[in-house]
Design a binder for this molecule. Sequence first.
Ligand code: PMP
Length: 362
Amino acid sequence: MTTAVPAFWSPRIAALEPYVPGEQPRIANLVKLNTNENPYPPSPLAVDAIQQAAADGLERYPDPTSLALREAVARRHGLTVDQVFAGNGSDEVLAHAFFAFFQQAEPLLMPDVSYSFYKVYAQIYGIACELQPVDAGLRVDIEAIAVRARNGCAGIVIANPNAPTGIGLPLSQIERLLAACPDRLVLVDEAYVDFGGESALPLVGKYPNLLVVQTLSKSRSLAGLRVGFACGQQHLIDALVRVKDSFNSYPLDRLATAGAVAALEDEAWFNTTRDKIVDTREGLHLQLEDLGFEVLPSQTNFVFARHPQRDAAELAALLRERAVLVRHFKQPRIAQYLRISIGTREQCSALVQALQAILDAQ
Ligand code: PMP
């Protein structure tokens, strides 16, 4: 729907879609499997640390360099603190990276099924994009992107594992991209990597054009705290810091810093919740197949599935009537799919029961 735009708006704002808050309804007791949150609470140590930080006082500004978090990330991944940048969720980190690296004469390359916000950031910053079609199995065509990159591009952005398909790429394929555009940035968004993907973080020292972005929203159950980070060689981090400083923004507040550091250090909690989610995912995959769905192989905390005989938008609407939320995308290439976040075992059982009832009623 196009509405009239006030004359005093900047022209580019008119092209931006307002966020539809329907994915975050204010209704209790929903089985909420639509935005890839972690169904389990964060580490109790993180909650304690947040409470302690509040008790220590919030009247002073936080550290503008987020040093404590960057040290925790560097320790965990064998990097130096100069190779880590922190932000308010990985969305903010991605936006800064688009501003810092992709405003070039040539277009930015990305797969045509990928995280929807890449196009939004490109639009905000006036970056032209060239989309490379995924193959029949919705797999990213690395070879096509690499060939295209050799003719010049602003860089490449890729989610690994991809969203919303859930399919992961081996590191060897990421290395093909890195080799194909040595003078431009390859941005690898690893929001879901902890659920079974292969991280490119060990390649940071080897490739000056690699920036890896991760988040604490998914595998660390901290979507509500807004913490993300980027890792790359120092010259890349310096560019991000320059952008951040120019917005005069503080990366992390005191509560977020305390909670994030404690969460990163609680390896046992991380492993337990991750294993539960992976286990539930594998079970749900089979149950959905029993219901007649085709389910893509997932290395994330969600599955992407289609029912050959049923309209996906209608299924999503019928599930919503039964208080079960899943995600449907209108984009033609994936409009027959549902993206279902992995909830607790009970939530996934509720989803399966609701789907069974809907399919039986046919
Ligand atoms: N990248 C991808 C691929 C995502 O799916 C998301 C979450 N929807 C994000 C980045 C942003 O996550 P956050 O801002 O919560 O870190």
